[in-house]
Design a protein around this ligand. Sequence first.
Ligand SMILES: [Zn+2]
Length: 280
Amino acid sequence: MLSWKVGAVTVSAVVESLRIVPDAVQPVFIPAATPDALRRIAWLAPHFIDADGRLRIAIQALLVEAPGLRLIVDTCIGEDGTAPETAPFLAALAEAGWPRDSVTHVLCTHLHFDHVGWNTCLEDGRWVPTFPRARYLFARIEHEHWSGRDDHDAPAILARSVQPVLDAGLADLVETDHRLSAEVRLVPTHGHTPGHVSVRIESEGHSAMITGDMTHHPCQMARPDWATGFDSDCAQGVRTREAVFAGLAGSPTLLIGTHFAAPTAGLVVRDGEGFRLVTG
Ligand SMILES: [Zn+2]
């Protein structure tokens, strides 16, 4: 399991799945990221693209252990009916020393299906909160946005992965700059969705940022103007990426990419017109 020390805070990745984006999906996922265009960005190989110039991505949860806090950032796609006791993802969490009832906080960077799935699990045919002792944080404006829509599978996603948490009284609808502790706070990174947030960690002079989906793949560091087909506001997404990468470039802040395949984290440096991730 990949793990990073940020002062007194530890961040670890629990991978739900690793994928190669299929040829048929790439034009929808990141339309500009064709195999030819990707192969021109030499540093993406071999970790972030395969030999055929296809995108590698991870679906993973990031575990943040900070003083007084056991926070899961994003809960992946979730279960398909597997009993919670035998679900591989929850087994991996427990193996990492994070049994379900030890989690104090869950944050969903946004409310797309691959970030909320393990918020709940099936018990006797009902969706119930997976982490019964946790406060679940959702950005208020993100929740308001999706609550008012009937497209993008939003009603089904909310019904399965968000409403049961609200019904159980475990949800906190927070502002996009909410602070969880002395070390951990949210930062607004809108564009991919209207209330999207990233997570900023600062401890003992060290710092890190967990991206969520403000960027899906390191190719968007080389080309911050490459939007995904799933961005709510592509132009805002571009502005957010440019501002975040410019702010981090040359700094010692570790960037941890929610969908970045291993090694997943690195430092941001300027590279020509764009940026590059310098890993290990
Ligand atoms: Zn995602």
